[in-house]
Design a protein around this ligand. Structure first.
Ligand SMILES: Nc1ncnc2c1ncn2[C@@H]1O[C@H](COP(=O)(O)OP(=O)(O)OP(=O)(O)O)[C@@H](O)[C@H]1O
Ligand SMILES: [Mg+2]
Length: 682
């Protein structure tokens, strides 16, 4: 029953009663003379509506009983019937018992001794104004007018109507109906704050009689009495706990700024629903809140969003007004025990710090601190495109963003780059597009492809060694092999020296023609891909000559990039070699020599492999930059854990087609990044 309703009912009841009394008695003398009026209705109305509208405490009952007794004393002696004495005894009992109870009561009623509980409950019923003064009123009316009179009937009807209007549910229904549109701005609160978690999240107990329905992500407003400010918040969670409904509300200055508050007058700490929030994109960007156990490199967050997210997603948050970006690497379901049987289940995400985006330099820079718990997290907002220099190129973007992953083609070559991934993950398509960007200006690309794939995909791709030369060189190599197979005292050193000189000459010329010529890429092939010794020797000699041209002739002023496609066929790991271990070792060594010293002589590798297990580690470990697509292989994961944290290694098996992780010196940003290679039509 609202205060407004009670005051109206009291005013109207008094006026009607006085008017009724005047008509029935012909004067207003009843106000001072008649017991029924003074002790009955007046006290009934005043006490039940003003003093004890909800329930009567021991002290109220004591006062009620004393008032009742005093008014009984006003009854003249000749009107004191047996009922009078009953009333007097009851009143006296109430005075005495409520006085004693006032002394005895110490705790909430439910925790008192059962006798005290029973006595108090009886007293409350007997001593409340509706009981005690209603009986006085009815008794007074009967006493004065008898039961067959008009006066009795009129006053009885008045009493009945008054009592009915005083019933709480009737009062509420009437109150609601009179709620005019104008008074709507004094909206009903939906609940009240009872807890605060790290200054921006509030726990609210919902009230049982709230009229507004609530659901997750609704906007609410309130006035918080601790900071003396109005706030707008969103509902992040709804719990049912110990038969009570709770909600968790997030407030931030950003939400506060979203729109004007709609309510002009709040009751402090009460929560009001915003019924028609203006259009805004907050919930399309909001992901969740920073969760416990976050560290500088990796945050954990509770996912609480309308937006779908997945691994690789870029998210941002504010730490001391620095916008720091993270990339999602993991999602974990979690169940939290609230109380005995209540649980709340949610998802915890993990994201690795990429850092602050330096717009000028177009790269991420590590930020050296953690966000505090409950910091809101958002989908990263778009950035303006960074400027890119001549030797740089965008190999892709972080998934669903326009944050570019920029590779420096010069570093990619001179510091060697490995492209790894399971079959069909997109390595070769990616490598070919990378080669296109690398093979410009003074950089020449030699593709070692034993599968013939590149020749079919790249138009006008010629072999560095013509077929005739290849045949001649193979013959020379065979001659050498025959000589070397003999005992050392039987070898013809002249033939050997002659053959070697010619091999060097053929390869040297071919390389010189290419380096000084117009075409920027060529392919180096073998007759077949088996590791037979003459092929191995052929390869070894080629790289030996290539290395010496780099060393002695400075590549004729060019930079050379050697692409090793299906690298395990060219530079196998020693323990996984097949046919001829010694020949293989020699080949691998001649290539490893370039890997180890190439940077000095402006020559480098792009190594493409499915798994690292069967590829020479001497070469692989020289690759400063790595681009890794989906990988399922354990050895590869172990190998890659030298390059990136376990969180990134952990998501390798789940990387989507055309999605890869890039890291190393060739990239502008220092941390690993998950990125998506754009669709490439070859
Ligand atoms: N960026 C891309 N855009 C469009 N299609 C692509 C892209 N990358 C790969 N593909 C498609 O996927 C197929 C396999 O890709 P690709 O040959 O690069 O795989 P791979 O990793 O080299 O596999 P393998 O190790 O078996 O050689 C390609 O033939 C092409 O159709
Ligand atoms: Mg391939």
């Amino acid at each position: 029953m609202s205060k407004r309703y009670r005051l109206c009912l009291m005013g109207i009841s008094l006026i009607i009663l006085i008017v009724l009394g005047f008509f029935l008695t012909g004067s207003v003398n009843f106000i001072v003379n008649d017991f029924w009026f003074a002790s009955g209705l007046l006290l009934l109305i005043l006490l039940s509506l003003v003093d004890q509208p909800f329930f009567s405490k021991d002290s109220n009952i004591f006062v009620n009983a004393v008032t009742a007794s005093l008014s009984l004393l006003l009854i003249p002696n000749h009107e004191r019937t047996w009922l009078y004495w009953v009333f007097l005894i009851i009143s006296s009992y109430l005075i005495l018992s409520s006085y004693i109870l006032m002394w005895l009561r110490k705790y909430e009623l439910a925790f008192e001794h059962p006798v005290i509980q029973i006595a108090t409950r009886i007293n409350r019923e007997l001593g409340k104004p509706e009981t005690i003064f209603s009986s006085f009123f009815l008794w007074g009316v009967v006493q004065q007018y008898g039961t067959a009179s008009v006066e009795f009937n009129s006053l009885l009807w008045f009493w009945i109507i008054f009592m009915v209007l005083n019933v709480p549910s009737v009062a509420k229904a009437i109150d609601g109906a009179f709620d005019s549109k104008a008074s709507k701005e004094i909206q009903n609160a939906v609940g009240e704050i009872f807890g605060v978690q790290s200054k921006n999240t509030f726990l609210v107990k919902l009230s049982y009689d709230r009229t507004d329905s609530l659901k997750i992500f609704d906007f609410v407003e309130f006035y918080y009495s601790v900071d003396n400010k109005d706030h707008i918040g969103i509902i992040l969670d709804v719990y049912l706990l110990n038969q009570e409904q709770w909600i968790k509300i997030l407030t931030t200055t950003e939400i506060d700024r979203l729109f004007e508050k709609s309510i002009s007058k709040y009751i402090p700490d009460k929560i009001y629903k915003i019924k028609n929030p203006p259009e805004n994109d907050y919930l399309n960007r909001f992901i969740g809140l920073v969760y416990e156990n976050s560290v500088i490199e990796k945050i954990r967050f509770s996912y609480n969003s309308k937006v779908e997210i997945h691994s690789g997603q870029l998210i941002e948050l504010n730490i001391n007004s620095h916008k720091v970006l993270y990339q999602i690497v993991q999602g974990i379901t979690k169940n939290e025990q609230l109380t005995n049987k209540n649980e709340s289940s949610f998802i915890i995400g993990e994201a690795i710090q990429l850092g602050e985006w330096n717009e000028e330099k177009g790269r991420f820079e590590q930020y050296g601190w953690v966000p505090s718990i409950n910091t809101p997290i958002f989908i990263a907002s778009p950035i303006s495109a960074p400027t890119i220099s001549d030797n740089e190129y965008i190999i892709g973007c972080i998934p669903n963003t326009n944050y570019p992953v920029i590779i420096n083609t010069e570093y990619a070559v001179t510091h060697h780059t490995a492209v790894l991934g399971v079959t069909g993950s997109g390595k070769s398509v990616f490598a070919r597009s990378l080669i296109d960007k690398i093979a410009v200006n003074d950089t020449k690309v030699i593709i070692v492809d034993l599968t013939g794939e590149y020749k079919s995909k790249i138009s006008n791709l010629t072999s560095i060694i013509s077929d005739e030369e290849a045949i001649k060189i193979t013959k020379l190599i065979d001659t050498l092999a025959q000589e070397n197979a003999k005992f050392s005292n039987q070898r013809d050193q002249k033939i050997i020296r002659q053959a070697e000189r010619e091999i060097k000459l053929y390869f040297g010329n071919a390389i010189k023609v290419f380096l000084e010529g117009d075409s920027s890429k060529v392919v180096f092939e073998l007759s077949d891909i088996s590791n037979n010794s003459s092929n191995l020797e052929y390869t070894r000699w080629f790289f030996w000559v290539l290395f010496h041209i780099a060393k002695d002739k400075n590549n004729y002023g060019k930079r050379v990039c050697v692409v090793l496609e299906e690298a395990h066929t060219i530079i196998p790991e020693i323990n996984s070699m097949g046919v001829s271990d010694n020949a293989s070792k020699a080949t691998v060594n001649s290539i490893a020599q370039i890997a180890l010293q190439g940077r000095k002589y402006n020559i480098g590798f792009i190594v493409i492999a499915q798994r690292t297990a069967n590829v020479s580690k001497t070469v692989l470990t020289q690759c400063n930059s790595v681009i890794v697509f989906q990988e399922l292989d354990r050895t590869t994961s172990d190998f890659l854990s030298n390059y990136m944290g376990s969180s990134f290694v952990g998501i390798l098996p789940t990387l989507k087609f055309r999605t890869a992780i890039a890291m190393g010196k060739a990239f502008r940003s220092t941390t690993p990044m998950i990125f998506e290679v754009p669709h490439i039509d070859e």
